[in-house]
Design a protein around this ligand. Structure first.
Ligand code: FAS
Ligand code: PHB
Length: 391
């Protein structure tokens, strides 16, 4: 098989890249290790920046997001038993985020790809990438017991943190930056109305908590938990009791509980691989960087990477190498700013085992300053809605 761009991974990065390339008249094939149902079963992000919403529109898949997504102009910070609203829309001159689950984004992209009759190979085994620094870049995989090879001009490594593409880069050619956090997030999805209309980020001495949602009838909650915790350690009742302990009294009182429809534990890390290009191999999304989900940046960074990459490939086929030559540096400027914001917000809102009494007071003082200063709240607001894209 031959194509212009071979995309490894059918998560949001790979699927959005494929959709944008199709719109630009560039041929691409996606090779995915898992089944489509498995990809859809992973419950992850929930908040889209405007730049991500714009890219979904550009890819022609924004209709359901506009119909079912929830525009949010603010968030609430809860600490010391009270909640403080950050008026994001007012502080950013009218910008907002859209609450629309990653699962739905992925579903919309998969549907569009099927309607357009584009090639996606699911349940591909033994995927490997070859000669990406030579003249004949190729992707090999086994499907149904038969080995296949895709000859291409470019390989897009959209295969996430545990993928094969970054792992195939010689160690001397790549620099890794990482911070692993001493805790995890326990997430729960329930068919219950959200506790408030907007998200609540809670700092509590028992640990961080986040109240989010997927719709007016479906809620998504997170609790900071130990890295040693297992989902089986947390009954639904134990989850709801702990969440009530961490919420302010009014929110705890209005919390509607119900059976979980999904529960999962995710470790938190900050991670960046530099550069994001190796010859004909380009990394995008979680394959290149990971942020702790506190700042709701992971999915949005993946989208902005592939927005730049799709444009760069289209420019290449139109005769300019400028886009592919500057892809890595342009992505990394935005990635590092999102890494900073996600690290800062995580450090502010979570309990750290080595945080002494002074550290607790520093967190409390920073939160008091944050909600009392227009300048400080503006910094939070403009990072939360997403910094401008470089074109
Ligand atoms: P993904 O990991 O989504 O997709 C990569 C794809 O490549 C997967 O489908 C995988 O099966 C496939 N793949 C891997 N190896 C392969 C191989 N060798 N061959 C072929 N295919 C291969 N972000 C937020 O903003 N908010 C959140 O609350 C949030 N929660 C998260 C919870 C968890 C458990 C995780 C892991 C991430 C979370 N994220 C969150 C971040 C998440 O949303 C990512 O940023 C987003 O999925 C990035 O998309 P991709 O880069 O496409 O990577
Ligand atoms: C979610 O709804 O899954 C979500 C929202 C905001 C975050 C993290 C996760 O910061």
């Amino acid at each position: 098989m031959r194509t212009q761009v071979a995309i490894v991974g059918a998560g949001p990065a790979g699927l959005l890249l494929g959709a944008l390339l199709h719109r630009a008249g560039v041929d691409a094939v996606i090779v995915e290790r898992r089944s489509a149902d498995y990809v859809l079963s992973r419950i992850r992000a929930g908040v889209l920046e405007q730049t991500t919403a714009d890219l979904l529109d550009e890819a022609g898949v924004g209709a359901r997001m506009h119909a079912e997504g929830l525009p949010h102009g603010g968030i609430e910070l809860s600490f010391g038993g009270t909640r403080h609203r950050i008026d994001i829309q007012q502080l950013t001159g009218g910008k907002h985020v859209t609450v629309y689950g990653q699962t739905e984004v992925t579903r919309d992209l998969m549907h569009a790809r099927e309607v357009d009759g584009l090639t996606t190979v699911y349940e591909a085994e033994g995927v490997s990438v070859h000669d990406f620094d030579g003249a004949r870049p190729r992707v090999r995989y086994q499907h149904g017991g038969v080995w296949h090879e895709i000859e291409c001009d470019f390989i897009a490594g959209c295969d996430g943190f545990h993928g094969v593409c970054r792992a195939s880069v010689p160690t001397a050619a790549i620099q890794l930056f990482e911070r692993v956090y001493p805790f995890a997030w326990l997430g729960l999805l329930s068919e219950t109305p959200p506790v408030r209309e907007e998200l609540i980020y809670t700092r509590h001495e028992r640990g961080f908590a986040l109240c989010s949602m997927r719709s007016p009838t479906r809620s998504r909650y997170y609790l900071q938990c130990s890295l040693d915790d297992k989902v089986a350690d947390w009954s639904d009742d134990a989850f709801w009791d702990e969440l009530r302990h961490r919420l302010d009294p009014e929110a705890a009182e209005s919390l509607v509980t119900g059976p979980s429809i999904e529960k999962s534990i995710a470790p938190l890390r900050s991670f960046v691989a530099e550069p994001m290009r190796f010859g004909c191999l380009f990394l995008a999304g979680d394959a290149a960087h990971i942020v702790p989900p506190t700042g709701a940046k992971g999915l949005n960074l993946a989208a902005s990477d592939v927005g730049l990459l799709a444009r760069a490939f289209a420019e290449f086929y139109a005769g300019s190498e400028q886009g592919i030559a500057t892809y890595s540096e342009r992505c990394l400027r935005r990635v590092w700013k999102a890494e900073r914001f996600s690290w800062w917000f995580t450090s502010l809102m979570h309990q750290f085992p080595d945080n002494n009494a002074f550290g607790q007071r520093m967190q409390q003082a920073e939160l008091a300053y944050l909600v009392g200063s227009v300048a400080a709240s503006t910094v939070l607001a403009e990072n939360y809605v997403g910094l401008p894209l470089e074109h």
